[in-house]
Design a protein around this ligand. Structure first.
Ligand SMILES: Nc1nc2c(ncn2[C@@H]2O[C@H](COP(=O)(O)OP(=O)(O)OP(=O)(O)O)[C@@H](O)[C@H]2O)c(=O)[nH]1
Ligand SMILES: [Zn+2]
Length: 358
């Protein structure tokens, strides 16, 4: 149960205001600066969405801590130009990356998960959690979002063949770094340092139990990241139950913590898939027919590569499967409705033809 930030006594008002952060510490950089002119910087100072509540967003800027009413087009990590008089009218700056997902259920509307993430650590363990198809899909999603994917293999200390897992992970994409470690040891800070420089925003994506919290805590230098919050929720030091927030950790990076990162589906990710399967995409240019389905067509360079052992048939199969999943999940609501209508017609017809039994 979340508490109402505005209501009730008992806050520590003395530590509420004037958080000494710079825009750089919050992740500001040239990409965002280029979108704002000097007058705007003064009139509507940039603030970053650090926490999402049902009742709205908590934003932080240089000497600013404020609340903005909830909006479907804003998510954690976003940069806003704060309109102090009408916070709801604050302008959202163009994002350097955007993670989104299709909502489960019938409408499958797009939900924004997080914006302006620099690096997504895709976490899996050197054990039965390791699944190459899932890695490929998470890497595709991350490429699609505009963030940099890095594969992190945990539990090397428990594996007899960690090197085998590393090799398999390297096969996902030449463009993705692979890090293998014991998340509980001293290593994580060092092993991930390259991506966790000051002002960089990172997120962890992976199944339950692979070590995301352990890694997050390692970066935070504490067992309980909640104690390292940018500023808890309501600006008064009181805890709330929100779980979509950015934490600034001692090393200077900014860590996103959100449960939504576990249930990402592939949708609208054609270019991300193409990035992961660059090897296959490159082969397709050699096919005789432009619309080759890489199945039984003559002159298919993809099938030829499989036959010659240059391409793993299983990887080709996974590529197809991801493309199908993407195509299916990317159908617009309208397309879905008309599909459903067509289906409804068939159902009605079938019921009409059936003899009534009651
Ligand atoms: N031996 C070993 N244990 C690990 C390693 N990484 C994580 N663990 C353990 O695995 C368990 C799960 O780790 P968590 O960090 O909670 O996993 P998580 O991904 O955050 O899981 P959820 O919170 O359910 O999403 C904990 O008991 C960790 O101590 C590792 O590299 N080596
Ligand atoms: Zn082909």
């Amino acid at each position: 149960m979340g508490r109402d930030p505005e209501g009730g006594p008992g806050g520590h008002d003395d530590d509420a205001k004037a958080i000494p952060v710079t825009l750089q510490q919050l992740g500001w950089g040239p990409f965002f600066a280029a979108q704002v002119d000097v007058d705007e910087m003064v009139a509507t100072p940039p603030v970053r969405v650090v926490t999402v509540h049902r009742s709205g967003f908590q934003v932080l800027g240089e000497g600013i801590e404020a609340k903005v009413p909830p909006r479907a087009d804003v998510t954690v990590g976003d940069w806003l130009l704060l309109d102090r008089d009408t916070p709801a009218a604050s302008r959202t700056l163009e994002r350097s990356s955007l993670l989104k997902r299709r909502a489960p259920g019938h409408d499958r509307q797009v939900q924004l998960i997080a914006a302006n993430i620099d690096t997504v650590f895709i976490v899996t363990s050197c054990n039965e959690d390791f699944n190459i198809a899932r890695l490929e899909r998470y890497v595709a999603l991350t490429f699609e979002s505009g963030a940099e994917p890095v594969i992190v293999l945990t539990k090397t200390d428990l594996a007899t063949d960690a090197a085998g897992f590393v090799e398999a992970a390297r096969g996902v994409s030449d463009r993705v770094a692979v890090v293998a470690l014991d998340a509980r040891a001293e290593e994580p800070g060092k092993a991930l340092a390259e991506w966790c420089r000051p002002g960089r925003t990172v997120a962890f994506l992976g199944s339950s139990g692979v070590g995301k919290s352990t890694l997050t805590n390692a970066l935070a230098g504490t067992e309980d990241i909640a104690t390292q919050a940018v500023r808890e929720a309501d600006a008064r030091g009181r805890h709330t139950t929100t779980r979509r927030q950015l934490y600034m950790v001692p090393g200077g990076s900014i860590v996103l913590d959100t449960p939504g990162m576990r249930e990402l589906q592939l949708a609208d990710a054609a270019s991300g898939i193409a990035d992961v399967f660059e090897d296959i995409e490159a082969l397709t240019t050699g096919c005789r027919f432009r619309d080759c389905a890489h199945d039984t067509e003559p002159g298919c360079a993809v099938q030829q590569a499989v036959a010659e052992g240059r391409l793993d048939a299983a990887r080709l199969a996974r590529w197809r499967k991801l493309q199908e999943e993407d195509a299916h999940n990317s159908l617009s609501l309208n397309q879905r409705r008309s599909k459903d209508r067509a289906f409804g017609k068939v159902v009605r017809q079938a019921t009409k033809e059936k003899p009534r039994n009651r």
